[in-house]
Design a protein around this ligand. Structure first.
Ligand code: PEP
Ligand code: MN
Length: 373
């Protein structure tokens, strides 16, 4: 896919935060006026939080869990804004939610993962947003489908919303352990490549599902140049009515953020720049060699394909492939390559090799056909 044309206003032009990262924090759900105000005041006191979040309408997997306090929570959020000066945001999933949030002065909206997944809902939301100038954050869909995420972003942008932030909150899968929702970093990275102007933040709370993995996920997000973090915080997480394992206190949030290393992608340190240039030069050379070697491998694969075809031998000989994998993994381990990486790489190479040979097998044989000879 090529770069996608979106009409986005840069983050720093519409929200004030001096140095990275943008911090959005607040409880998973608004539960009571006291809980909301106490949490918001403690968060505001840290001086590091830019936007207060709280779910009013909660999309829950099971109908017997806490589904949010509904519109009365909007009064509490309004009070947070008046008393702390923090910007506020809530999750919206229907045109009615949007209308109520806007009437009650909520500053920003977010679309949850269970809504992004449904183009009908997203389109309805987009229609309801027409004519408003309110920032909208769009979480990735629950399943790892970049196009679905992108489609939701495009629908909202085409409705005239230019202040958009994408939120990476991980993906639901059977293999997500140790996370609640596995962070598939390649997906937001590809989104950054396709939409270079689009701000992207990370929601480590819904990725980890617990408090103890938060720091590593936050650090990774910042090291991937994400613009900010949305982290759930509750004045008393033990008693939270939703997502209690992943919520932290405002004091813990302050400590967590202070421990993060904020790296920049630019420097004018000449010594560093020269060394980096040298290393990049080496990498570029190796990349060229890698591609040449892959091309050479595929040429040999083709020759083998013709040879097998002429001798009526199947494309796949599983024993041979198992040997390649085993030997490559042994060598890789000695050379310090991770098994996980090598398995993925070998699988890709093997798929391409099989594809090449299948094309050869499917070709109509004629006297002029290219042959291994
Ligand atoms: C939330 O932010 O509380 C929430 C419900 O998130 P998600 O849509 O990522 O599950
Ligand atoms: Mn939550």
């Amino acid at each position: 896919m090529n770069e996608i044309k979106l009409d986005i206003i840069p983050l720093h032009e519409w929200i004030n935060f001096n140095s990275r990262p943008l911090i959005i924090s607040g409880p998973c759900s608004a539960e009571s006026r006291e809980q909301i105000l106490q949490t918001a005041k403690a968060l505001a006191k840290t001086g590091i939080v830019n936007v207060f979040r709280a779910g009013i309408w909660k999309p829950r997997t099971r109908p017997d869990s806490f589904e949010g306090v509904g519109k009365k929570g909007l009064d509490w959020i309004k009070e947070v804004k008046e008393k702390t000066g923090l910007l506020t945001c809530v999750e919206v999933a229907t045109p009615e939610h949007i209308e109520l949030a806007i009437i009650n002065g909520v500053d920003m909206l977010w679309i949850g993962a269970r809504t992004t997944v449904n183009p009908f809902s997203v389109q309805e939301i987009a229609e309801a947003l027409k004519g408003f100038d309110i920032p909208v954050m769009i979480k990735n869909p629950v399943n790892p489908d970049l196009k679905l995420w992108l489609g939701a972003i495009e629908r909202i942008n085409h409705a005239g919303i230019h202040k958009i932030i994408a939120i990476h909150r991980g993906f639901n899968s059977y293999e997500s352990a140790p996370y609640r929702n596995a962070p598939i970093w390649e997906i937001p990275i590809e989104l950054m490549r396709l939409c270079p102007d689009l701000p992207i933040i990370c929601d480590p709370s819904h990725i980890t599902g617990n408090a103890f993995l938060l720091e590593s996920v936050c650090q990774k997000a910042l090291d991937l140049e994400m613009d900010g973090l949305m982290i759930e915080s509750h004045i008393n997480p033990k008693y939270a009515l939703s997502d209690k394992e992943q919520q932290i206190t405002p004091a813990e949030l302050e400590k967590l953020i202070s421990q993060l290393i904020i790296r920049t992608n630019e420097t004018d340190n000449d010594e560093f720049l020269n060394k980096l240039k040298e290393l990049r030069f080496e990498i570029d050379k190796v990349d060229v060699e890698l591609i040449q070697l892959l091309s050479k491998r595929m040429e040999i694969v083709e020759k083998i394909g013709y040879y097998k075809k002429e001798n009526n031998i199947t494309i796949l000989q599983i024993k041979r492939w198992n040997n390649i994998v085993k030997e490559s993994l042994e060598l890789g381990e000695k050379l310090g390559l991770s098994k996980e990486f090598l398995v993925k790489l070998l699988r890709l190479i093997h798929e391409e090799s099989i594809q090449k040979q299948t094309e050869i097998f499917n070709k109509k044989t004629s006297k002029n056909n290219k042959s291994y000879k």
